[in-house]
Design a protein around this ligand. Structure first.
Ligand code: IPE
Ligand code: IPE
Ligand code: MG
Length: 249
């Protein structure tokens, strides 16, 4: 970790604590480029990216933002070279094992969204363990999107609802937004207020397609491993400048 814990420990004074987002989602992009620019292998960028995420989680806790969701691996990321995919799967597993005790102590509730069934068995075990061991905690809600795709999630919800209709458990008229959300992986988690994407890419890359309908989007050219509290402060300042109209006047 590069950041001294005293740096911006408290919420910066120019931010209004009553107008903070209740849920921040991050597309953690730019690990590979961060490493390449230093002549390092891409995987070093991913390792640094983990430290960044840990710092951000702590920061959300310190600044009293109750929910954080991070995009760790997309359904499209399987298309990367085998060694990189393999490295990431092992990294996720190792990090979960290493951080679990601390997450328990820090009262974090961790959840995973995505198609988890096709992940390596040993990773699934860590996922299950960390979910189970933190589910009764009362602190920050930390959601990790792993083998996650927004379109795939919507299809999953459609199938799940269709099956209930088929079995006569619900009728067509009962299908509304509220019911639909109950069939998403994110059931029970509020929709993000702020979506941050690092590394300058102006796209969503299949992340939380349903849930971000009214999220404020903030894109920074900063690469993910460099996204520290100072950068997060900038994102929150930008967020507080926005006028969230939700289609009204
Ligand atoms: C994001 O960084 C991490 C994952 C997608 C797993 P990238 O690996 O996409 O880094 P760039 O975009 O190639 O720099
Ligand atoms: C989005 O980043 C996925 C994650 C951060 C896990 P990508 O690097 O995969 O997205 P694209 O390819 O630039 O759209
Ligand atoms: Mg990328």
């Amino acid at each position: 970790m590069t950041q001294s814990p005293t740096v911006l420990k408290e919420l910066p004074l120019d931010l209004d604590r009553n107008r903070l987002p209740k849920h921040v989602a991050v597309i953690m992009d730019g690990n590979g480029r961060w490493a390449s620019r230093r002549g390092l292998p891409r995987i070093v960028g991913h390792q640094r990216g983990v430290d960044t995420l840990k710092n951000l989680l702590r920061c959300c806790r310190d600044w009293k933002i109750p929910a954080l969701t991070a995009y760790a691996f997309s359904t499209e990321n399987w298309g990367r070279p085998r060694e990189e995919v393999q490295f990431l799967m092992t990294l996720f597993e190792r990090v979960l094992r290493r951080e679990l005790q601390e997450m328990i102590e820090e009262n974090v509730v961790i959840r995973f969204v995505g198609n988890l069934e096709v992940l390596p068995r040993s990773l699934q075990d860590e996922i299950q363990k960390s979910t189970e061991d933190t589910k009764n905690n009362g602190g920050i809600q930390f959601t990790v999107a792993t083998n996650y795709g927004g379109r795939q999630e919507i299809l999953h919800a459609c199938r799940s609802i269709a099956s209930q209709v088929q079995q006569g458990k619900i009728c067509l008229d009962e299908i509304n937004e509220e019911l639909f959300e109950q069939h998403l992986y994110t059931a029970g988690i509020s929709n993000p207020d702020l979506l941050i994407r690092t590394s300058g890419e102006m796209r969503i890359s299949n992340f939380l397609l349903w849930q971000i309908a009214y999220a404020e989007i903030y894109v920074t050219s900063t690469l993910w491993p460099d996204f520290d509290r100072v950068e997060f402060h900038k994102a929150l300042s930008a967020y507080q400048q926005r006028d969230r109209r939700f289609g009204k006047l």
